[in-house]
Design a protein around this ligand. Sequence first.
Ligand code: CDP
Length: 215
Amino acid sequence: MTLPVIAIDGPAASGKGTLARRIAQVLGFAHLDTGRLYRAVGLAVLKRGEDPTDPAAAQRAVEALDLSLLEDPDLRSDTTGGAASKVAAIQTVRDALLDFQRNFAAHPPGGKGAVLDGRDIGTIICPDAAVKLFVTASPEIRAKRRFLELQAQGSTRTEEQVLTDIQTRDARDSGRAVAPLRQAGDATLLDTTHLDIETAVARALEIVRAGLGVT
Ligand code: CDP
């Protein structure tokens, strides 16, 4: 039996991670934040003192990936986000992470269904997902959200710096040759610019339930 998969893609700090987590909780599905995999590879390269744009360095890091990095306090930092987006542009890194993601989608823990969030879930990882959401928000609002999140972690980056980081990462993620960030043709667009999180969750759940044919 094929279990339902919900694919959620979108740019940095669009709200996709929170939406994915909440949808998974409500439906009792397993959730995979695929960005954490790329962050772990980026962080591994940085910890070795190597360059995340170097395909050989990224390849070594993904081959010897230490999964305890997924719990590293630096995983969510902006520096790691930047490194993640650099290693994510390298085809061999994406190939190495593909099977793990597809396997999670096909055999999710709990056996009910899976929610995956990332950049290429609806386009490449799970093109046959039962429901696809593309979550966006204006760069300024996303920068504000990410700034508040980083500030709570003790970061001293200014909101302007965070906006620049986000714009650089958006350009790299959308402009890369391999698996660029783009909305799948059959994905529903959810713009969260003017929505608070509860309203965004309610809208996303309406779309998901309609897509799954459940009430
Ligand atoms: O949380 P945020 O949206 O800032 O980023 P993330 O989802 O943790 O992803 C970090 C970086 O990994 C992104 O900028 C992408 O370059 C890359 N990524 C990707 O290429 N494909 C995915 N499925 C997930 C993340």
